[in-house]
Design a protein around this ligand. Sequence first.
Ligand code: HEC
Length: 170
Amino acid sequence: MSADSDSTFLRNFALVIGLLVGVTILLLIVVNTFSGGDDAERQALAQERAERNLAPDYAVRLSGEPAPAVASGEAEAEAQGGVTEVRSGEQVTQAVCIACHQGNFQNAPGIGDQDGWGERIGKGWETLTTHVSEGYGNMPAQGGAATEEEIRAAIEYMIEDETGLEIPES
Ligand code: HEC
């Protein structure tokens, strides 16, 4: 190989390298122009999406704090100018109680679970209703999520209707 063709090769080689470096820099500039500048905004969006994806489909309150008033039939009624719409026991159960009373969450007796409820109903209506609205053991107070009337209807549905058991008056 002659010195001449060596230098030709080197020149072409340097040219190609230079071209590649140029293209790389150009691409970096293009990428930066289209995506740079709004990092904070993009991060906030990604964060929001991640939180939404990680959130469960239902909310469970374990801290004992009352349920948000938004879910309350009473609050809704107030917002609608005092027109009270009482939900049925089944509706309340589906909306509120099912989060724990389906699947034995923290030993919550299941809907229609004869054995589970059998040992509790002896407490009577009054005690059971109070326990639900004010909280009992592992169950946080439900008074914010349903009215007294609705809680009573839900107990009737979950226990009496679904197990055939009968709760004594007190
Ligand atoms: C956050 C979970 C959770 C929700 C929501 C919930 N419960 Fe409970 N519930 C429990 C658990 C846990 C127990 C068992 C408590 C214990 O014995 O420690 C229980 C117990 C009960 C008892 C028996 C109380 C007693 O004195 O033995 C009744 C009745 C009851 N729930 C009704 C309801 C009704 C009606 C609703 C809906 C308005 C409801 N629960 C919503 C978790 C829940």
